[in-house]
Design a protein around this ligand. Structure first.
Ligand SMILES: O=C(O)c1cc(C(=O)O)c2c(n1)C(=O)C(=O)c1cc(C(=O)O)[nH]c1-2
Ligand SMILES: [Ca+2]
Length: 676
């Protein structure tokens, strides 16, 4: 069905997922007149990753904690709001904040996946709930050992609503479910990795897992308990021309290939794109980008469908720039390998087999087998993560929000699976608190907008940014490319040259992708502002380094001659609570280890907050072991997403963490005083 130029009805606007708007009112000549038309504050300071949808002048926005709102897309007037009331205690079941990347729209219904695993259909006119299903079958959670959350957007094809989930950093066995869009009845499930002992699940994946996947795993690896991973936590694309649904399958669980699969097998379908039929979930083809995953190299990054002339032949292709650093082109109908060319510097492989596309992995990169530390580029956050890329058929370029975040990979001593906290099998030692070391490591951290020529297989131009983890991208027929930045800018670039044509100070880091739409002949560009996602949560000093600002979560909508203004910045962030205690040094090293295991994922490496969730060096609760225990052990702040850890941390452990944090607070205070 043709999509009207004015609308943005699907995640990537059309089924091709190119994030290209044909609107031209805002172009290279008029963009100088761009301004903020209106904005709306969200109800949280957490991060925002959503792509709004626009259908017939109504905008459907999803926000953190899986909330939805419908707005008049011209004025911002709220038509309805929907809160699925996700319980705060599930925040700790996800790696990367309680974000949400968007809704799906189909025949007057809005579909949303919730962080606690539900799929909900709403009446698009009223916001009333039509149905709600729990997408996580009881047996999948293995008595609570495994962790499932939803933050990706559902996908609708032929009346079937499909959704996956996240959790491979904790313990999960990836699967995607298809539900009847009208009734919510389950139609099929497709598991992306086998069950221990090759047991059938009674699912659409049974045959292919038995025939192709089971023998690619060691029958006795830790995957038999942790689930193996392979979560489909973001990209699911439907191509009507081939009638195929493409699943972007994630990384292994635990990360360590040695622990997970005794260091044998390619572990299908980890790091793969799997093509299935929408109505049945029937397997059609797969392509594995990263065999033997041990770098968190997911193939879950956004995919798009492109028709390109390669070597004189017109081809219908699937394109992806996954974490592993190669830009892939596959034949959309058959999955046949076309090309894989590095879109960024990478050191884990020295190329791919030209016939099969299988990477030639550098032996030293297999850190879980060598027992040595591997300095990997890309690191686990990838050369490109979930922030969507865009394609302009006018320029022929794919615009990739690319980055470089090197990362040391080293085996954890004495790995064992545990409930709560991440299960990676990797040494969690982080950055030392030494400014020169932080500066040196940060010098390797880079982010840029890359115009990639997929036909020539090379970079056309790059726009260098100040740091990594920048926003998703929009391309328009006005020959503009829009992108929000980690450092708080919202930019428009000339799509042919990369020249900056417009800059707006958003007062906050932006990671979400912009969209464009029109109402009554006026073109708008909208983006959800709000610094967030995994990097600011766990990145610590690296995430803070060039982004010392305060987080704001709000929807920004731009148009020609817009004259709205953001309120002046009055928040100063967390107020330092003067710390008078000195840490019990004997407890600090053990407190550090516990912190890195249980707390780092949200509060940042070495207790440096990355700008979204509280930086615990400022916490008033540090002064009292009772208060600290009430929060950390007994869960006094559970409603806000800070669960109690009493099931895994004894009172002495909690006290060790407190002593470690006091030592960090004292160091921060000393550094501040030294500066004055
Ligand atoms: O393996 C998984 O199940 C899983 C889930 C998610 C998620 O659900 O957000 C992310 C990742 N992995 C991941 O590897 C990753 O880099 C990542 C970044 C983000 C984010 O929202 O910033 N989520 C996720
Ligand atoms: Ca992952």
């Amino acid at each position: 069905m043709a999509v009207p130029d004015r609308d943005w009805p699907q995640h990537g606007r059309t089924t091709a997922e190119q994030r290209y708007s044909p609107l031209t009112q805002i172009d290279t000549h008029t963009v100088g007149r761009l301004g903020l038309a209106w904005y709306q504050d969200f109800d949280t300071f957490r991060g925002q990753e959503g792509t709004p949808l626009v259908v017939d002048g109504v905008m459907y926005v999803t926000t953190n904690w899986s909330k939805v709102e419908a707005l008049n897309a011209a004025t911002g007037a709220v038509l309805w709001r929907y809160d699925p009331r996700v319980p705060g205690n599930v925040a700790a079941k996800g790696c990367c904040d309680t974000v949400n990347r968007g809704a799906a729209y189909w025949e007057g219904r809005v579909y949303i996946g919730t962080f606690d695993g539900r799929l909900i259909a709403l009446d698009a006119r009223t916001g009333h709930q039509l149905w709600s299903v729990n997408t996580i079958p009881a047996e999948a959670s293995l008595g609570g050992i495994r962790s499932y959350t939803i933050d990706g957007a559902p996908r609708v094809a032929k009346g079937v609503v499909m959704i996956g989930n996240g959790g491979a950093e904790f313990g999960a066995r990836g699967f995607v479910s298809g539900f009847d869009g009208r009734t919510g009845a389950l139609k099929w499930r497709f598991y992306t990795v086998p069950a221990p002992g090759n047991r059938p699940d009674g699912a659409a994946s049974d045959t292919v897992l038995a025939q192709k996947a089971y023998r690619t795993w060691s029958p006795t690896g830790a995957w038999t308990r942790s689930g193996g991973g392979g979560t489909v936590w973001d990209s699911i694309v439907y191509d009507p021309q081939t009638d195929l649904v493409f699943l972007g399958v994630g990384n292994g669980s635990p990360w360590s290939y040695k622990v997970r699969s005794n260091g044998v097998g390619s572990n299908l379908f980890l790091g793969s794109i799997v093509a299935i039929r929408p109505e049945t979930g029937e397997y059609v083809w797969h392509f594995q980008e990263t065999p033997m995953d041990q770098w968190d190299f997911t193939a879950s990054q956004p995919m798009m469908v492109l028709d390109l002339t390669i070597g004189g032949v017109r081809r219908h292709l699937l394109a992806q720039a996954p974490k592993n650093g190669f830009f892939y082109l596959l034949d959309a109908a058959s999955g046949e390998f076309v090309s894989a060319i590095p879109y960024t510097f990478l050191n884990w492989a020295d190329g791919v087999d030209p016939l099969t596309g299988r990477p030639r992995v550098v032996p030293d990169a297999l850190w879980s087998l060598t027992g040595q530390t591997w300095m990997g580029i890309p690191g686990s956050l990838g050369g490109h993560n979930w922030a969507p890329m865009a394609y302009s058929p006018r320029t022929g370029y794919v615009y990739i929000p690319a980055q470089q975040l090197p990362e040391p990979f080293k085996s954890e001593k004495d790995f064992h699976l545990h409930a709560m906290g991440v299960n990676l099998g990797i040494d969690m030692a982080g950055l030392p608190d030494v400014p020169a070391v932080i500066a040196a490591v940060t010098s390797g951290v880079k982010g840029w907008l890359e115009a990639w020529d997929p036909v020539a297989g090379k970079v056309a131009f790059r726009v260098e940014h100040d740091t990594a983890w920048n926003g998703g991208v929009l391309a328009t027929a006005g020959d503009l490319v829009f992108q929000g930045l980690a450092t708080g800018g919202f930019e428009a670039y000339n799509a042919r040259t990369g020249a900056v044509l417009y800059h707006f100070d958003a007062h906050t880091g932006i990671v979400a992708p912009p969209i464009s739409y029109a109402v009554d002949g006026r073109q708008y560009v909208a983006v959800e502002a709000g610094w967030g996602g995994v990097f600011p949560l766990m990145g610590g000093a690296l995430a803070r380094y060039r982004n010392p600002g305060i987080n704001h979560s709000r929807l920004l909508v731009f148009a020609l001659d817009g004259h709205a203004r953001l309120p002046a910045e009055t928040r100063t962030g967390q107020l330092p609570t003067p710390i008078t205690q000195t840490a019990d040094q004997a407890q600090v090293p053990a407190g550090y280890d516990l912190y890195q295991h249980y707390c780092l994922a949200c509060h940042g490496d070495n207790a440096v907050g990355g700008g979204v969730l509280p930086d615990l060096r400022f916490s008033g609760a540090l002064a009292s072991s009772d208060a600290f225990n009430a929060v950390v052990a007994r869960g006094a702040l559970t409603a806000y997403g800070m669960v109690g850890f009493s099931s895994v941390l004894a009172a002495q452990d909690v006290e060790k963490i407190r002593q470690f944090l006091i030592s960090r607070a004292v160091a921060r205070q000393a550094a501040e005083t030294g500066k004055k």
